[in-house]
Ligand binder design. Structure first.
Ligand code: SAM
Ligand code: SF4
Length: 328
């Protein structure tokens, strides 16, 4: 089969592979307080996840990100990472994590071939951090960031921050200073309405345009010409290596450059985070039918819509899947 391309001519070379829908945190924008998780019988084994990764790499995917839920709560993740990192044709294997388990797992994951890591950090204030994550412990995450810097080096670490109006938007300067002091990158992501989280997005949405204006009051920033191939637009603070990224699904739509698909831990292939269309890979995976798997992936590429349908002016989200379920 040819390399993956959708009906709008976009090449698909990036897979986000979710290894669990579970998490030790309950971030308010990602989950509801009481979540129902998938029964174990319905989730892909690590061997099945590896088979999916291998099939996608055979179709020209050269970057895979392991995600979740919290990928580090999945037992034997380093085993999966080392097998995926050995796949011929893969250029980069990355990870998105909340950082809580990195003190124990950073070294084994670096040794397993993870190339870069994104760590979520929404606040440096312990009370606000707790308010957002519900169960998270800031000190543990900060120890995880230190462990990641030790294992990968600061230039391979990026922090991810979701800003929520009147909850953490005023902490952005502190977060940028934290990133500058450690030489790590930081990206700010506009909150997306996914699942019944209880947020009224017209109120809680804090745009990256507002944030940039705020950042310019405190830092001398220059736009960076670099393009990492992802949705972020980058700025640099003069004299520092740190890049400040802005991922703006609402205020600066980036769908035209989308190069990715997502596979959930239940084997659903979503060609777009911000739409409901998907194909179910699980039966083909369970029966080992490789030809059917290729057909289903090709079908998903044809289903990839032109753009997401997020609408922050609505009080109800249009996409009822929680972010933790699809994989961030
Ligand atoms: N548990 C890991 C973590 O938190 O980094 C990986 C999974 S999480 C779903 C991936 C990313 O999605 C995190 O950076 C998180 O902040 C972000 N995220 C979750 N829900 C979101 C939402 N509704 N809008 C924007 N970003 C969201
Ligand atoms: Fe867990 Fe990550 Fe979702 Fe927070 S954003 S609840 S850490 S999966």
């Amino acid at each position: 089969m040819d390399k993956l391309q959708d009906t709008f001519g976009r090449k698909i070379n990036y897979l986000r592979l979710s290894v669990t829908d579970r998490c030790d945190f309950r971030c308010t924008y990602c989950m509801s307080e009481k979540m129902q998780f998938l029964p174990r019988s319905e989730i892909l084994s690590l061997e099945e996840s590896l088979r999916i990764a291998k099939t996608f790499v055979g179709l020209g995917v050269n970057k895979i990100r392991l995600t979740g839920g919290e990928p580090l709560v999945r037992k034997d993740l380093p085993w999966l990472a080392s097998r995926i990192s050995e796949l011929n044709g893969l250029r980069e294997l990355t990870l998105t994590t909340n950082g809580s388990q990195l003190p124990q797992l950073a070294k084994p994951l670096a040794q397993a071939g993870i190339n870069r890591v994104n760590i979520s950090l929404d606040s440096l204030d312990p009370t606000t951090f707790r308010l957002i994550t519900r169960t998270g412990n800031l000190q543990g995450v900060l120890a995880g960031i230190d462990a990641a810097i030790d294992s990968w080096g600061s230039r391979r670490i990026k922090l991810n921050t979701v800003l929520i109006r009147d909850i953490n938007h005023d902490g952005s300067h502190e977060l940028i200073r934290f990133a500058l002091a450690r030489g790590v990158d930081i990206s700010f992501i506009e909150q997306m309405p996914l699942g019944e989280t209880g947020y009224h997005h017209a109120d809680s949405y804090y745009s990256n345009a507002e944030l940039l204006a705020l950042v310019k009051q405190q830092f001398e920033v220059v736009p960076s010409v670099e393009n990492t191939g992802g949705p972020a637009r980058y700025w640099r603070v003069s004299g520092y290596e740190t890049r400040i990224g802005f991922i703006s699904p609402h205020s600066k739509n980036f769908c035209a450059d989308c190069n990715r698909m997502r596979v959930t831990v239940r084997g659903e292939l979503f060609p777009c985070l911000g739409n409901d269309g998907m194909v179910d890979l699980l039966p083909a995976i369970r029966t080992g039918d490789e030809r059917r798997l290729l057909e289903l992936i090709a079908r998903a590429a044809t289903l990839k819509p032109q753009a997401h349908i997020f609408d922050i002016s609505q009080s109800e989200p249009r996409i009822m899947r929680f972010m933790s379920r699809t994989g961030g």
